[in-house]
Design a protein around this ligand. Sequence first.
Ligand SMILES: Cc1ncc(COP(=O)(O)O)c(C=O)c1O
Length: 419
Amino acid sequence: MSSLPEREAAVLWPTYVRPQVEFVRGQGVRLWDARGREYLDFLGGIAVVAAGHAHPKVVEAVSAQLGTLGHTSNLYFTGPQVELAERLVGHVGGDAKVFLSNSGAEANEAAIKVARRWGRANRGEQATGIVATLGGFHGRTLATLAATGKPAMHTPFQPLPPGFSHVPFGDVDALAAAIGPDTAAVLVEPIQGEAGIRVPPPGYLRAVREVTSRAGVLLIVDEIQSGMGRTGRFFAHQHDEIRPDVVTMAKALGSGYPIGATIARTEVAEAMQRGDHGTTFGGNPVACTAALATLDVIEPLLGGHVDKVSTRLADGLGELRGRLTGRSTWAPPTADDPDDGLPGAEVRGAGLWFALDFGPEAPADARQAALAALGRGLVVNPVTDTALRLAPPLVVTEDEIDEGLARLGAALEEAGLCR
Ligand SMILES: Cc1ncc(COP(=O)(O)O)c(C=O)c1O
């Protein structure tokens, strides 16, 4: 009998590189593999499992809904869809309407479509362009790939849909200069996730709001990774006290049950006409019930709990950063040879969403560090060549944070990154 990796290689597209582990069960912040080994999950399925694995409220709600009514299509009214939209509209401050889909890429596709509809109707036939940021990630469909600011990812799939341009993240002047009569919207992440948890300069998002309002174009904020409480507020843009025109969500919204949401100010949403957009599965009763139960778990954790565990995690990562070293063998620091750690190493992030970046001179890369962590029973991933990403469930306790940090410290020592 061949192994699971061998069977996979025979029948699945070779699009993923996976470590040699098969997870079979999850509970709270912990996972177990097929050999019965236990892990702390500090990645949460890439910022998805905010409520923790198999949260009883989510399991109960999804099971009951699936046993009652799983699917009807969007040809008919279903209660959970309306109830979820009402909850999400409440989170953006009212006066908004929602389109429900199945993933982050689809949520952004809907945002791009509504922006083009709105641009044509309000700014003229030519106003269909989207200005996005270099390093930004918005999905893998052709339009969201075009919006993604990573040119190397575009090359194999050209031609991509036209109408997308990119400016450096964090540079408001470059953004203002890129907006013209052919622009419908600016699309930005509050913190760039896939680029390595890149936090913009303070006040950036607020300045982006001012620039877009002045120019009369839409501001679409991609909260797919940063939203659902990941940074300690329900949406990351709420730290800047701004109101975007369109907000996109997915990932943690359904606790792993696929769902995406595009929330637009009412005036913007109403640029869409009957038949302009649709989906078979989007907003189905089970996905919406999963999202409603997830909101019930997450909402009470915002502020108090997330802030408390965030401080613990940030402090612990800061301490680990201080122990990073480029030396192959450890010697006590001296006045002549102080061992200042690794140049360029840093901790970035907010809430329960951090990158520990080893910088360009580290003796091991982030992939090696993530493998060492896995060996020590900690799940994190190499978000870039030099940085590990941590995005534990929001239900994580201080004790679990301490345990995870201890496992990470041991792994970094083993990888030769830490003394
Ligand atoms: C900011 C952001 N936007 C969009 C996406 C795409 O989401 P999905 O993989 O659900 O299509 C991701 C996924 O990582 C993301 O982080």
